[in-house]
Write a protein that binds this ligand. Structure first.
Ligand SMILES: NC(=O)c1ccc[n+]([C@@H]2O[C@H](COP(=O)([O-])OP(=O)(O)OC[C@H]3O[C@@H](n4cnc5c(N)ncnc54)[C@H](O)[C@@H]3O)[C@@H](O)[C@H]2O)c1
Ligand SMILES: O=P(O)(O)OC[C@H](O)CO
Length: 314
């Protein structure tokens, strides 16, 4: 039995009033919590909004996370305030994840990652969904679990924050590839191969960050990969689908509602792959396509004609 319609109502501040911040605000409000939604256009100062916050949840696009985290640092907060990050991206300057940025700014606070197969339009329509909240601080993750759990939003805890965070981040690049695959009408076999080999590539990158392999087989990895690679509601999938139809990236992004984080993530992953010398062939072809160095058909041919090899390096 979920007891999240708490006697003990929490004060939740959500930073970022875009599609995801707004959907998460609604979920916490339905459970009886006091929710304040802040965006950079807000007439109230951030310091006023943050007063007495039990939970500060960031649903800011990756490009704003570093600036907003340092803005929050200039405000006064209780030492018990829990930070939650729901951003799915990587910092292009440092290659850090959003939780690593928040934890570096607030080393004495608990930081929780929230990530899963959560297309915000479906959640706004009150369709059932599940997600994961992950932290090294189990009590903090359990508090966030209670705040958001309901009969239509099932929240699991997990002790591998970076693994949970990277599942949601890395699948965005695969969703661009899946959109291309569907846009080219390559069929179900091709899509299954792409998603499965994509997951192998996600695990390879995740292990460099210290993420656990098994985390990628859960909701935040495989789960979000399946949702995003199969739904036209995904902005990342839309980028790939429209690239396959011959549009340029500039044209696509100009008309896209909201953020497609996979574009920036793909560029950051290329830096990591060069520094660490790890093979990420699908990501590399998505990168070359985004940079207009190859056509969708050429990217496909490059992938199909790579050296043949065993499925696993045992
Ligand atoms: N929409 C979804 O279905 C969904 C689901 C799960 C996770 N996410 C992730 O959540 C994040 C936000 O996605 P979204 O769909 O809400 O995007 P969005 O484009 O609808 O909203 C982004 C928000 O970030 C804010 N922002 C951007 N740059 C900023 C800056 N420099 N300073 C302050 N604020 C800034 C914008 O004002 C806006 O409020 C992304 O990382 C996305 O991957 C989205
Ligand atoms: O619209 P996208 O591609 O950013 O995907 C949204 C969420 O990450 C799905 O879980």
């Amino acid at each position: 039995m979920i007891n999240s319609k708490i006697e003990n109502s929490k004060s939740v501040v959500i930073l970022g009033a875009g599609a995801w911040g707004t959907a998460l605000a609604k979920l916490a409000r339905v459970n009886g919590h006091q929710v304040r939604l802040w965006s950079r256009q807000d007439s109230q100062t951030l310091a006023t909004v943050l007063q007495d916050a039990d939970i500060v949840l960031s649903a800011i696009s990756m490009k704003g996370v570093t600036d907003v985290a340092s803005l929050v640092k200039s405000c006064s907060l209780s030492p018990q305030t829990i930070f939650v990050t729901a951003t799915k991206g990587l910092d292009p300057q440092t290659t850090r994840t959003p939780s690593q940025i928040w934890q570096a700014e607030f080393p004495d606070h608990a930081v929780v990652v929230l990530s899963g197969p959560n297309l915000s339009k479906e959640i706004e329509q009150e369709l059932p969904a599940a997600t994961v909240v992950a932290s090294k601080n189990t009590a903090a993750a359990e508090m966030v679990q209670l705040v958001f759990s309901s009969s239509r939003f099932r929240v699991y805890t997990n002790p591998d924050p970076v693994g949970v965070e990277l599942g949601g981040t890395l699948k965005n690049v695969m969703a661009i590839a899946a959109g291309v695959c569907d846009g080219l009408h390559l069929g179900t076999n091709a899509k299954a191969a792409l998603v499965t080999r994509g997951l192998t590539e996600m695990v390879r990158i995740g292990n460099i960050f210290g993420a656990k392999t098994e985390t990628f087989y859960g909701l935040s990895g495989l789960g979000d990969l399946l949702a995003t690679c199969n739904s036209p509601l995904s902005r990342n999938y839309q980028v790939g689908y429209q690239l396959a139809s011959g549009k340029t990236l500039t044209e696509i992004l100009a008309a896209l509602p909201g953020t497609a984080e996979g574009v920036n993530t793909c560029r950051v992953l290329m830096q990591i792959s060069q520094q660490q010398n790890i093979p990420i062939p699908i990501t590399e072809q998505v990168y070359r396509l985004l940079e207009a160095e190859v056509t969708p058909q050429e990217a496909l041919d490059e992938l199909m004609l790579r050296d043949i090899k065993p499925e696993y390096n045992l």
